[in-house]
Design a protein around this ligand. Structure first.
Ligand code: C2E
Ligand code: CA
Ligand code: CA
Ligand code: CA
Length: 279
């Protein structure tokens, strides 16, 4: 045992080093990602549970770097949050998504709502409401064409300020969705105060909704809660027909997930939209 301690310490040290090293490379590369055009948006359709019509799509960021390959947003968004890069990146996401929606409109497709994820830093930035208004004006879109997704934990970072900003966006007429619902810790008391239109059931519940009684119970509770509060309900991460049928019967309004479509580049989504429109 005496000999193992220093060894494992050394191993731990090397491991730490490798992790720091990776993070450093990631941060450095991320600084240039925007100007080098390494970022892209994919879109995942949100479908009306009853009619099967595509009502909108969520914009999801993708980063392909020559040195690092594909880096998941789960990995780089928190880093961008920490070093502030999320501000220019977030602005790029908003503008790109709105611009894409304008192109869909110009192609003669029925009106769609494009959903953009907001991060905590963006919600804290002083000019967010003006920025959103400006981008809508630039892209010739109306407030009905945009949806913003926020999470409970994001709102809870600075409750009073967040509610104030969300209220302004809501008064403008922008649709607000509470993302990953059920995974945060905010009390129902707060939920009443959030000026939101949509609850998105987190995919961790949807995952096992047909096989696990507890997850089904949580999902049913969320759906009933949303109905009592007059909120629209979207289920994310729907992968199978069984999950889809279950959620539809329980009264989910919209579904999003691999069952209908993975997030895809804009060209592929445009094709899908055209087919969906004709059918
Ligand atoms: P999210 O907002 O909860 O997005 C849903 C995630 O679930 C996406 O992962 C999507 O690809 C994945 N997903 C959708 N349907 C299914 C399904 O049926 N099965 C499974 N297993 N997964 C499904 P993705 O694209 O890797 O994004 C991960 C997270 O990164 C997002 O979670 C969001 O929190 C963040 N993110 C992505 N794009 C942006 C962005 O532009 N801005 C900000 N602030 N965050 C972003
Ligand atoms: Ca989301
Ligand atoms: Ca989500
Ligand atoms: Ca999620």
């Amino acid at each position: 045992a005496k000999r193992r301690a220093p060894n494992s310490y050394q191993f731990f040290g090397t491991e730490m080093n490798a992790q720091l090293q990776e993070r450093l490379v990631l941060e450095t590369q991320l600084r240039y990602a925007l100007e080098r055009n390494e970022l892209q948006l994919h879109y995942q359709p949100r479908v009306d549970a009853n009619s099967g019509k595509i009502l909108g799509a969520e914009a999801l960021i993708r980063w392909q770097n020559p040195q690092l390959g594909f880096v998941s947003p789960v990995k780089f968004i928190p880093i961008a949050e920490a070093n502030g890069l999320i501000i220019p990146i977030g602005e790029w996401v908003l503008r790109t998504a709105c611009n894409q929606n304008r192109l869909w409109k110009e192609a003669g497709l029925p009106p769609l709502r494009v959903a953009v994820n907001l991060s905590a830093r963006q919600l804290a930035q002083p000019n967010l409401v003006d920025l959103v208004a400006q981008i809508l004006a630039e892209t010739n879109l109306s407030v009905d064409d945009l949806e913003l997704e926020v999470t409970e934990s994001l709102i809870m970072e600075n409750v009073e300020h967040s509610i104030k900003v969300l209220q302004e966006l809501h008064e403008m007429g922008i649709t607000l969705a509470l993302d990953d619902f059920g995974t945060g810790f905010s009390s129902l008391n707060y939920l009443r105060r959030f000026p939101i239109d949509i609850l998105k059931i987190d995919r961790s519940f949807v995952n096992n909704v047909v096989v696990n009684q507890e997850d089904a119970a949580v999902t049913n509770t969320i759906i009933n809660l949303a109905k009592d509060l007059n909120l629209h309900i979207t289920a994310e991460g729907v992968e199978t027909q069984e999950q889809f049928e279950y959620l539809k019967i329980k009264g989910c309004d919209e579904i999003q997930g691999y069952y209908f479509s993975k997030p895809l580049p804009s060209s592929a989504i445009t094709e899908l939209l055209q087919k969906n429109h004709q059918s």
